[in-house]
Design a protein around this ligand. Structure first.
Ligand SMILES: Nc1ncnc2c1ncn2[C@@H]1O[C@H](COP(=O)(O)OP(=O)(O)OP(=O)(O)O)[C@@H](O)[C@H]1O
Length: 307
């Protein structure tokens, strides 16, 4: 398996508190890795560690097969990033900002600026200085700057912040193109599940500094999401019957009235009949689908993935 990025036990402590805890992240070459987590989960900190903006308190990072150190200039040159909000020289134009960036990176490719600006659909901006750009325009310019040198690994922290729905769709398409047509590996973070779901090949879920799960999108899509939901006022008695009479162990009592059975090999009618024969009054029983949100909610709340 070719991993372009691997972290081992990656840990960051701020003021005695572990905000990133023993993260073992593996990003495959050529994929889009969606880094998903609620606000404050530790996404930005992990990305700052990977781009050498912060130093790990513990653990290590391997990029392109070499360990990242203070001296890893060659590795960093092969990476592009947007971490937090992109900062520009506000009085300069987009083109002037990109020219400075290319000089700094030692990248002298004719047409690179024009190509990057048109890839992010930032055209007709002529002499406008960046201070007059909207947040969405700045975000696009940030992506243009990150991709201008055709990096092998692109790291983007919440890149769709500030974009309108059309802009978000364009960015999604751009990321897919960068990955498929240019072979760029992308690590992109978001706290919006639906965004990550639409773009990622692999999802890594982080919560409270812990990487809770790393899973291929295909596995999630193939995941059996069907369950039987029973609404009744005697859930605890019902669960006893499921366990002891029907041999169903894979279920969850959601609250006083709702019980979910994830083990669907016994028919709904047989379950209903058995419960009724045991004097359980059923308000309703029906098959339902677990949404991706519920899947992640379960994962974040203690990893209780029921299958
Ligand atoms: N320089 C710092 N000093 C102290 N604590 C910090 C520092 N930077 C981040 N933190 C804390 O580390 C935790 C993780 O923050 P981080 O910005 O990495 O999360 P995040 O997942 O990117 O969140 P968001 O989506 O809100 O950007 C938070 O509790 C944050 O307050």
């Amino acid at each position: 398996m070719t991993y372009i990025l691997k972290t081992q036990d990656l840990t960051k402590v701020f003021s005695g508190k572990e905000v990133v805890s023993h993260v073992n992240m593996c990003v495959r070459k050529g994929e889009i890795y969606g880094f998903l987590g609620p606000n404050g989960a530790g996404k930005t900190t992990v990305m700052k560690l990977i781009t050498n903006i912060l130093k790990p308190s513990f653990g290590n990072i391997e990029v392109f097969g070499s360990e990242l150190t203070n001296q890893s200039f060659d590795i960093l040159k092969r990476m592009g990033n947007i971490i937090e909000y992109p900062i520009f020289y506000e009085k300069l134009t987009a083109r002037e900002n990109l020219e400075l960036h290319c000089q700094y990176m030692g990248y002298h490719q004719q047409d690179a600026i024009h190509e990057a600006l048109s890839m992010v659909h930032l055209t007709n901006i002529n002499q406008k200085s960046v201070k007059n750009f909207s947040l969405g325009m700045k975000q696009r310019l940030g992506v243009a700057r990150a991709i201008i040198t055709k990096p092998e690994l692109l790291i983007m922290d919440e890149p769709i912040n500030g974009l309108d729905p059309v802009g978000i769709k364009e960015m999604r398409e751009l990321f897919r193109r960068l990955c498929d047509d240019y072979g760029i590996t992308i690590l992109v973070s978001s706290h919006i599940l639906s965004e990550i779901e639409q773009i990622a090949d692999t999802i890594g879920v982080i919560n409270n500094g812990h990487l809770i799960n790393q899973v291929k999108m295909k596995t999630i899509k193939d995941y059996k999401k069907e369950y039987i939901e029973i609404v009744c006022s005697q859930c605890h008695q019902a669960s006893f019957i499921l366990d002891n009479e029907l041999g169903i162990h894979n279920f969850k009592v959601m609250d006083d009235k709702i019980l979910r059975i994830y083990d669907t090999h016994i028919t709904q009618s047989h379950i209903a009949k058995t419960l009724i024969l045991n004097d359980i009054t059923i308000d309703s029983i029906r098959k339902k689908e677990r949404s991706l949100e519920e899947y992640f909610f379960d994962m974040i709340n203690g990893g209780a993935i029921i299958d």
